[in-house]
Design a protein around this ligand. Structure first.
Ligand code: PLP
Length: 456
């Protein structure tokens, strides 16, 4: 019986998960392996060693169902974990829907998003291996600020290549990274061969996550081992670290006396969706449940709904391993929408595989529709969502309205992956009617397909 009185479901610190959940243990078939960009053979741990510490490389390929969270990481997690699960009672009322809406709120981490859940273990494992410096990319700055914070905790220097468009749109995330001691560059830069090659062809280039990844990977690869690379999404170990979200939510839904019919998340590289959904997907696969999983993405960067499922590079220049994923093409330059964290050409191989297998559905939304949902949510629940998370809210509201039309009690659970208090310029643009709705053209996807790497 669903609880009729409470609004939030809190777990005690002692009830925080002690291990991450690895969905690879429950998949009927593993995703295709990543391939070396030159030889096109499956990558080996030795190939990845210049970029990542060995523990993370082993997590990337592990098939163990649970991987223990080191005590120093748990200690830091305890500052904001377990995060609350809320029942959106006032939003339900505003929508006049029979649906019951729950959300897991990751904006309670110090930097305001789920990205800290993986930044902390990544910095920890690097410190354990004696790494002095980490280099990374960031879109809206959520990931860069989480890693800069984690670097400050573990005494590691952090250098961030921030997509130039976001560097200009979101100056306070840049200040946040600098507050934690991080060094921030507007990418593309003239500091790397990758950046220079882009600027030579297009001096006004406003950057993309793919270009920023190329710059960061180049710095790490040429450092002779002193600097490693950290990625904020896409890879198996990043998604693994986020599964604390869903494991907590499973128990909190039990406290609420309910179980979701639909689990919803926005997707950029796939990590917050995976974090919430994977523990529920594992349960659905093991118990044969009919739970639906819905990934919400921008119409301007529709990797799952318009992309092709194929091997492609994770970056623009072609330095990363080839991953089998839904992609818009590695040279995709996204339109300048405000959800900087969703402007990525590819998608996590795990989320891609689950989408290809029909486990995860996907839906694309225009940014004005996402902002209108965000404003409706903020007025009912009092939390201003990050523009990225607003896509999940749009999906949730649409589901709740469909449930109303069908006269059906649907239980919805979404991931509120971050707050938008440093994204108010985006809200200003929305209120001023300045946001454009882009639809990424099908011809551009077809054209990009011609340039995908050939695997024989
Ligand atoms: C708040 C927030 N939500 C979602 C995302 C999208 O990333 P992912 O799909 O890895 O969760 C980002 C990325 O920067 C983000 O900052």
């Amino acid at each position: 019986m669903p609880d009729t009185t409470h609004t939030k479901y809190f777990l005690h610190e002692d009830e925080m998960p002690r291990a991450w959940y690895n969905i690879l243990a429950d998949l009927p078939e593993p995703p295709a392996p990543p391939l070396h960009p030159a030889t096109k053979q499956p990558v080996t741990p030795a190939d990845l060693a210049p970029l990542f510490p060995m523990v993370l490389i082993m997590q990337e390929v592990s098939a163990d169902r649970y991987i223990e969270i080191p005590e120093p990481v748990q200690q830091i997690y305890r500052q904001w974990r377990p995060s609350p699960l809320y029942r959106a009672r006032r939003l339900e009322k505003a929508l006049d829907t029979p649906a019951r809406i729950y959300y897991k709120y990751e904006g309670v981490s110090p930097v305001g998003s789920h990205k800290s859940n993986t930044a902390v273990p990544q910095a920890f494992y690097n410190r354990e291996e004696g790494v002095k410096k980490l280099v990374t990319e960031t879109g809206a700055g959520q990931w860069g600020s989480a890693l800069a914070m984690a670097g400050a905790f573990f005494g590691i220097d952090v250098e961030v290549f921030m997509v130039k468009l976001s560097y200009e749109q979101k100056p306070y995330r840049r200040s946040l990274m600098q507050t934690f001691g991080g060094t921030v560059h507007a990418s593309p830069t003239s500091l790397t061969d990758a950046g220079r090659s882009i600027l030579e062809c297009d001096p006004a280039n406003m950057g993309s996550l793919g270009i920023a990844i190329s710059e960061a990977v180049e710095i790490a690869a040429k450092s002779g081992g002193t600097t490693k690379y950290a990625l904020g999404s896409v890879l198996n170990h990043v998604l693994l670290h986020q599964t604390v979200i869903g494991q907590e939510a499973l128990r909190q839904m039990e406290m609420a006396g309910d179980y979701p019919d639909v689990v919803i998340g926005c997707v950029g590289g796939g990590s917050n969706m995976a974090g919430l959904a994977f523990p529920f997907i594992g349960e659905a696969l093991r118990k044969g449940l009919k739970t639906r999983f819905l990934a919400a993405e921008p119409m301007a960067c529709p990797s799952l709904t318009r992309g092709v499922y194929s091997y492609d590079f994770g970056d623009t220049i072609g330095m990363t391993p080839l991953m089998k994923m839904y992609t818009l093409g590695h040279d995709f330059i996204p339109p300048d929408i405000h959800s900087g964290g969703l402007r990525y050409h590819g998608m996590s191989p795990l989320i891609s595989k689950l989408h290809a297998d029909g486990v995860i559905e996907a839906q694309a939304y225009y940014q004005n529709a996402a902002f209108s949902a965000a404003v409706q949510f903020a007025r009912a629940e009092g939390i201003v969502p990050a523009p990225e998370a607003s896509h999940a809210i749009r999906a949730t509201i649409d589901e709740a309205l469909q449930a109303k039309e069908a006269g059906e009690e649907r239980v919805l659970l979404f991931n509120l992956s971050g707050h938008g208090l440093l994204d108010m310029a985006a809200y200003d643009s929305y209120f001023a009617g300045k946001l454009q709705d882009y639809e990424y053209p099908a011809e551009a996807v077809a054209e990009a397909q011609q340039r995908l790497p050939q695997i024989v």
